[in-house]
Each structure stands twice: as structure tokens, then as C-alpha cells.
Design a protein around this ligand. Structure first.
Ligand code: GTP
Length: 598
């Protein structure tokens, strides 16, 4: 087919501004959903996505649209996840397209995520079409939003289309604009094959599916494909497109998007962003690749029931089939037993993995505080990456320590600006800029350590602003930090699961807070318990839980035996949920509560 009649586009939007609803409306107008009974929202295929309203896996749909010029156009919609944790997925979807629809909720306006995604689209040289959605709402204020688009993004507000994805109005005009305004692919159809590996996932029936965008050349049946980065050759067994239903085709021509199946064993054999070429006639140069997605946040997972360890391992392996972006390895903790250390792309990614394990695999999990990756230079000159606070070298072995920083973008209603500024200062934020984009909304750009947002930052920001602030971030290099290992000791024994790396100036305050919290949570035992917070052997804080002399059965002195037995059984039940540490039993709630301190 002729590339002039192809358009590849994605939709970028802030969460809840209506990306999925618009995608469905586009499919409906193009007749894509008539083949079978419609699912409510096709693109959000995973349960968790549907419930939480977030899109995780990139998906793609080929639409046929008859434009005003009478020609039938092939429109390939690449779905992109909206959340910053998945920015590598956003990037690879954007790299497969020439333009984007920029969807903005006409009653809400431009948000932090809109901006972050716009910057990415511009990096990929995208042509942007602004679309004001939810025009059916009485609170829609298109003129105001057009001004925001003009001021913040530099696109003419006059070019914005007004639609209601929900009511289905203005959708034809969006499709016609895609044809009119977005460039067609400009590949060389006769050159050696170059195709971009956009995504891959595991299907229980078909095996590993590769989603590709053909940049130059053509992919045909039985072709021997050479994956340049993976340095492996596979034979194409099946070629298809999503309409959105998987539909086999004979070939994928220059400029097209589709899937291939080629007997690839696991998604780990596929490097997303890799270039596919033909073994017989290979391209000499690969397409510009992606930054590999390296985990930035680590935490440990332990089953609440020690007997569930094998199930946890199997479940992680299954999950990994479809999400090669997290890493895991075995971990042990004297307090929590056997578990796994996970490396994740961010906090939302952690939540998604946790939820899938708990929901899809019915596991009850304990999660330790997420910790970022520190770079440590030892006295002998070597550098190490610290993934687990428990592995921290002793202070006299450390020459210097670097921590990851981020550039945060926040949009905050004026009412809450003061509170948010205080929060940012507390979290070691450094102001890049602060400006009012409308009389009632401020745009803040701050640099701060990732460590400071790694735990409860979203929640604190949300409650400070009653959910009216929006936040997004990008990694922004490493900087030297005055960091120390804060250990927690119970009767002199360090509890590794409770150790954390904290800024030196915050160690005392955090140590105190943890001791106080533990004191309130630890059940009294038959002997006193000393709770201590220490840095490098120096005790910063101490609390004591006094001894208990109560016998649970004392209450029913002389009373009837069944009641006595019941009480004892109850006590046994209570014990199950404890972890014995030395001679001290720690309820699991204590770990979680302490970790919540961040
Ligand atoms: P993520 O997938 O989480 O990024 O969200 P999204 O941007 O895909 O938003 P989604 O399409 O799920 O829509 C969010 C909410 O807005 C849903 O409750 C929709 O029903 C509603 N919505 C979407 N479009 C419109 C519209 O045109 N008018 C009105 N009134 N509501 C809409």
C-alpha cells in the first residue's frame, strides 16, 4: 500500500481526561467495534487498568477511514500509558508515530502529565493536534483552555478541535484532521528492512507476540528476521494487525504497524526498541534506540504466610512473562523470612505489581519501604550500586555517595501554593521556576532527590491540596548527598527490614519518629524491650516497652475450661501473624506502620 494513505498517531493526555473514551469513539466511527459485541473500553484490557483507570500496556489498533477526498486511509492508533513511571513505554509508542492527539479535558485544563507528555512528543518531532474533550459538560471552558494551550505549549488555540468523546460529537473532524494535518510515513519501501520493536508480550496460545513498526522495507511470511541488539535470528511464522481483534495479513508494508509471531521463547529475548532487519539483506545501521529501562526503585516482598513462598516465586515468574521491566531476585530477612527483592520503574509500577500479585495470584504480601538506587564510591576507588540498605558498606569504607535527583513539574491551585511550597522545602526541593499560568494556578518546576518522593509524597501532596494538584517528574542525574544508614535495633539486635538510608540532617528526627511509632505498636512481652535508632554505632533515640506480667488465662480464674481454651486458641491465632525475632515477636503491622513514616 501507498504510504500517502497511512497515518500513525498516538493520543497523549492527563489521566482521566478521556483518552480511552476518545479511542473508543474513533473506533466506533470507523466501524472497528461492530464485528463483535463491544467491550466497554477496548484499549484498557487489563482488570487493574479498568478499575484504577490507568493504561499500562501499549496497544495498537488499525482503523480504516474514508476521508473527504474520497480515499480510504489506514490510521494506526498507538495507545500510550499516561503515567510517568511508564515513560519508557510512552517513548517507544511515540517513536512509532508521526503525530499525536493532545487531549485536554475542557473543564479541567492542562495538567502536569499533559505537559510532560507534550515534551516527549516534541522530542520525537511529533505534529500535535489539540483536542478539547468533555465539551458536553456545563463547566467546559474552551476559551480559557485554548489560552492555556497557547501559553504553555505554544500551539495555536484556534487549531484545537472541540469534542465530546462520551457523546460522540466532533469525532469525524478529529479523524479528518489526522489525515489533513499529520504527515504520512516517509520510509524507503525498497531499502533493506528496518522495523522498530515497539512492544512484546506473552500470549498463552500464540506465544511471544512482537509489535512492530516498519520504517523501511517490508516484512513477509517466512522471512528470516535478524534482531540487531539481541543478535538473534527468527523465522516469521505469522503476521497480523489489530483491528482491534488480531487479524492475520500477508505482509507488513513500509510505514505500517502490526504484529509478528516468530517462535521467540520469552519476552526477555526481546529488547524493546531493537531494530528488526532481514538476515539475507541486513541494514547496516540500527534505528536510534531507546534508553534501556532500568529500575530506579527497589523494595522487598515477603509472603505473609511463610508457606506461600513457592507460590510467590511462581507468580512472579508468570508476571515477568508479560512485564520484563521489573527485576527480581531472592532476598532473605531475619525478621520476615524468605522473599524477593524487586526492581521497579517507579512507585506506581510497584503498586501495579503488588496489586496483580495480590489479586491475580491471591497472595498476601508484606512490602518493605521502597528505596532508590544509590551510587557509592568506596575508599579503594570502585563504584557500587546500592539496591538494598542492608548492603550498605560501613561509613569508613565509603568515600562518597550519590543519590538520584528528579525534575518535578507541579500544577497547583493558588489556594494551596503556600502549603505545597512548604512541603517541597521539607523534601529538599530546589526551585527552578514558579509562575502563574492563570490567575488561579501556579506552575512549579523543582529539582529534588528521588528519595524524597519515593514513599509518601503523592499521598501527602494529594491530601494537602484535596487532590487538586498534579505532579509529574523526570529523572535528572545523580548528585552527592550526605546520607547515612539509619538502623533500628530491638534489644541490641539490628532489624534489617527496618533499616533505611536517610539524609544525615534528617537522621535524628526520623530515628525518633520510628522509635516512638514502634513503642506504640510492639506488644508488651514478659521482659522489657529496648528500641533504638542508630547511625554507625551511635544511638540517636531510644524508647522502652515495659514488661508485662499478665497471664491471659488469669481472667477466668476458676472459670469454665472451654472459655479458657478459647482464650488460649485466640492467643495462638494472634501469634501466627507475628514474626519471632530473637525472643521478641513483632507483629507484621509494625513493619508496615514504621515503613509508612517514609
Ligand atoms: P486513563 O486511561 O486513566 O489515562 O484515563 P483516560 O484519559 O483514558 O480517561 P477515560 O477515557 O477513562 O475517561 C475518564 C472519565 O471521563 C470517564 O469517567 C469517562 O466516562 C469520562 N469522559 C470521557 N470523555 C468524556 C466526555 O466527552 N464527556 C464527559 N462528560 N465525560 C467524559
Amino acid at each position: 500500500s501507498n504510504q500517502n494513505f497511512i497515518r500513525n498517531f498516538s493520543i497523549i493526555a492527563h489521566i482521566d481526561h478521556g483518552k480511552s473514551t476518545l479511542a473508543d469513539a474513533l473506533m466506533r466511527v470507523c466501524g472497528a467495534l461492530e464485528q463483535r459485541h463491544e467491550k466497554e473500553q477496548f484499549l484498557d484490557t487489563m482488570d487493574i487498568e479498568r478499575e484504577r483507570g490507568i493504561t499500562i500496556k501499549a496497544q495498537t489498533v488499525r482503523l480504516s477511514f474514508r476521508a473527504k477526498d474520497g480515499n480510504l486511509y489506514q490510521l494506526n492508533l498507538m495507545d500510550t500509558p499516561g503515567h510517568v513511571d511508564f515513560s519508557y513505554e510512552v517513548s517507544r509508542s511515540l517513536a512509532a508515530c508521526e503525530g499525536s492527539l493532545l487531549v485536554v479535558d475542557a473543564s479541567q485544563g492542562v495538567e502536569a502529565q499533559t505537559l510532560a507528555n507534550v515534551y516527549k512528543a516534541i522530542e520525537h518531532n511529533h505534529t500535535l493536534i489539540p483536542v478539547l474533550n468533555k465539551m458536553d459538560l456545563p463547566s467546559a471552558d474552551p476559551e480559557n483552555i485554548k489560552t492555556q494551550i497557547q501559553n504553555l505549549i505554544g500551539l495555536s488555540g484556534d487549531d484545537a478541535l472541540e469534542v465530546s468523546a462520551k457523546k460522540g460529537t466532533g469525532i469525524e473532524a478529529v479523524l479528518q484532521s489526522i489525515v489533513d494535518r499529520l504527515p504520512s510515513p516517509q520510509g524507503d519501501a525498497t531499502a533493506c528492512l528496518k522495523a522498530l520493536l515497539v512492544d512484546s508480550w506473552y500470549d498463552a496460545y500464540l506465544g511471544v507476540i512482537l509489535l512492530v513498526r516498519v520504517v523501511d522495507g517490508i516484512i513477509t511470511q517466512k522471512m528470516k528476521i535478524f534482531m540487531m541488539a539481541a543478535n538473534a535470528v527468527y523465522t516469521v511464522e505469522q503476521i497480523g494487525i489489530f483491528t482491534p481483534y488480531p487479524t492475520p495479513v500477508n505482509h507488513l508494508a513500509c510505514g505500517e504497524v502490526g504484529y509478528i509471531i516468530a517462535n521467540v521463547k520469552t519476552v526477555r529475548d526481546c529488547h524493546i526498541g531493537d531494530t528488526l532487519t532481514e538476515e539475507q539483506r541486513p541494514a547496516t545501521e540500527a534505528l536510534p534506540g531507546f534508553k534501556p529501562c532500568t529500575p530506579v526503585v527497589f523494595c522487598s516482598l515477603f509472603p505473609t504466610e511463610a508457606g506461600d513462598f513457592d507460590r510467590l516465586r511462581e507468580s512472579l515468574a508468570k508476571l515477568h512473562l508479560n512485564d520484563a521491566s521489573f527485576s527480581y531476585e531472592m532476598d532473605t530477612s531475619n525478621a520476615l523470612g524468605f522473599g524477593f527483592r524487586l526492581g521497579l520503574l517507579g512507585l506506581l509500577h510497584l503498586e501495579v505489581v503488588q496489586e496483580r500479585l495480590e489479586r491475580e495470584f491471591d497472595l498476601d504480601l508484606i512490602i518493605t519501604a521502597p528505596s532508590v538506587v544509590y551510587k557509592i564510591q568506596l575508599q579503594n576507588g570502585t563504584w557500587i550500586d546500592l539496591h538494598n540498605p542492608a548492603d550498605m558498606p560501613t561509613p569508613n569504607e565509603i568515600h562518597s555517595m550519590l543519590e538520584p535527583w528528579i525534575k518535578a513539574t507541579l500544577l497547583v491551585p493558588d489556594l494551596y501554593v503556600g502549603a505545597v511550597l512548604t512541603l517541597l522545602v521539607e523534601r529538599r526541593g530546589i526551585q527552578d521556576s514558579l509562575e502563574y499560568i492563570t490567575p488561579t494556578r501556579a506552575l512549579m518546576v523543582y529539582r529534588m532527590p528521588l528519595n524524597e518522593v519515593a514513599f509518601d509524597f503523592y499521598d501527602t501532596l494529594k491530601s494537602l491540596t484535596r487532590g487538586h494538584a498534579s505532579f509529574d517528574y523526570d529523572m535528572d542525574g545523580y548528585e552527592e548527598g550526605e546520607l547515612v544508614l539509619l538502623s533500628i535495633l530491638l534489644n541490641g539486635e539490628p532489624i534489617h527490614a527496618l533499616a533505611s538510608v536517610v539524609p544525615q540532617m534528617r537522621a535524628y528526627e526520623k530515628g525518633r519518629a520510628i522509635c516512638e511509632k514502634l513503642k506504640g505498636i510492639l506488644p508488651r512481652q514478659l521482659f522489657p524491650i529496648a528500641i533504638q535508632a542508630a547511625v554507625g554505632g551511635k544511638i540517636l533515640a531510644r524508647e522502652t516497652v515495659s514488661a508485662l506480667r499478665k497471664n491471659v488465662t488469669a481472667k477466668c480464674y476458676g472459670g469454665d475450661i472451654t472459655r479458657k481454651r478459647k482464650l488460649l486458641e485466640k492467643q495462638k491465632e494472634g501469634k501466627k501473624r507475628m514474626r519471632k525475632f530473637g525472643n521478641i515477636e513483632i507483629p507484621q503491622k509494625a513493619f508496615i506502620e514504621v515503613l509508612k513514616l517514609g
